[in-house]
Design a protein around this ligand. Structure first.
Ligand SMILES: [Zn+2]
Length: 208
C-alpha cells in the first residue's frame, strides 16, 4: 500500500490539470527557473507564498522559517539569499510576515517552549528594540504590532547581509520589501519599508 496515497492522487490530478491547459508547461519550466522574486516568509501552513500572490511554479524562490526571521549567522537563509541574488538575479526580495503569527505570540510569552525559545530569542530582541512603541500600544494590538516590527527588522537584516551589500555596490537593481499578510482576510499590506540602496539602509538605521 502506498503511503499517503491521497497526496499522490492529488498530485497527479494537479499535474494533469495544468497539462490540459498548457501542454508545454512542465517541459518549458524544467529547462530553467528565472524567478524575479525571493520570498522570505513564515512556515505557517496558512501563508503559502505562491498561492497568496497567485503565481504559478517558477515565479518565486522561497525560504520559510518560523516567524520569517533572517539571522546573520543562519547559513541556510544566507545561502538562499546568495543563490537568489547571485545566480537567479532576482529583482525583489520580499519579507512577508503575517498577523496572528504563533512564533510572535510565543516570543511575547514568558513561558518555556523548549528548543524553539532559542529561535524566538531573535524576536524578543525585536520586542526590546521597540519596547516603547509596544508599551504605548493597546494590549490587544501589541502582537500584530510586533509582527510588523519584526518584518521591518528582518528587512534591515536582509539589507545588511554581505550578499546584498555587495550586490548594491556592484550596481544591482535589487529591492527589499516588507509586507504583512492577514490570515483573516487574505490581504497583504505593504509596510512601506522598501530599500534599494546602501544609503537607504543607513538612513533607516540612523532614524532608529
Ligand atoms: Zn507565523
Amino acid at each position: 500500500m502506498k503511503t499517503l496515497k491521497h497526496l499522490f492522487d492529488r498530485n497527479l490530478a494537479w499535474a494533469n490539470e495544468i497539462k490540459k491547459s498548457d501542454p508545454d508547461f512542465f517541459s518549458q519550466l524544467s529547462k530553467q527557473q528565472a524567478p524575479e522574486y525571493l520570498w522570505i516568509g513564515c512556515s505557517d501552513s496558512r501563508v503559502p507564498a505562491n498561492q497568496i500572490v497567485n503565481l504559478p511554479p517558477g515565479e518565486i524562490f522561497v525560504h520559510r522559517n518560523i516567524a520569517n526571521v533572517v539571522v546573520h549567522t543562519d547559513l541556510n537563509c544566507l545561502s538562499v539569499i546568495h543563490f537568489a541574488v547571485e545566480v537567479l538575479k532576482v529583482k525583489h526580495i520580499i519579507v512577508c510576515g503575517h498577523y496572528g503569527c504563533g512564533g510572535i505570540k510565543a516570543a511575547m510569552e514568558d513561558t518555556d517552549h523548549g528548543l524553539i525559545d532559542n529561535w524566538l530569542r531573535h524576536i524578543k530582541d525585536v520586542s526590546r528594540f521597540n519596547a516603547q512603541a509596544l508599551e504605548e500600544a493597546k494590549p490587544e494590538d501589541r502582537q500584530n504590532l510586533l509582527c510588523e516590527f519584526n518584518v521591518i527588522e528582518q528587512v534591515r537584516n536582509v539589507c545588511s547581509t554581505s550578499v546584498i551589500q555587495s550586490a548594491w555596490k556592484n550596481g544591482a537593481n535589487l529591492s527589499v520589501h516588507g509586507w504583512v499578510y492577514s490570515i483573516e482576510n487574505g490581504i497583504i499590506k505593504d509596510l512601506n519599508t522598501s530599500m534599494s540602496s546602501h544609503e537607504q539602509l543607513l538612513e533607516a538605521n540612523s532614524a532608529h
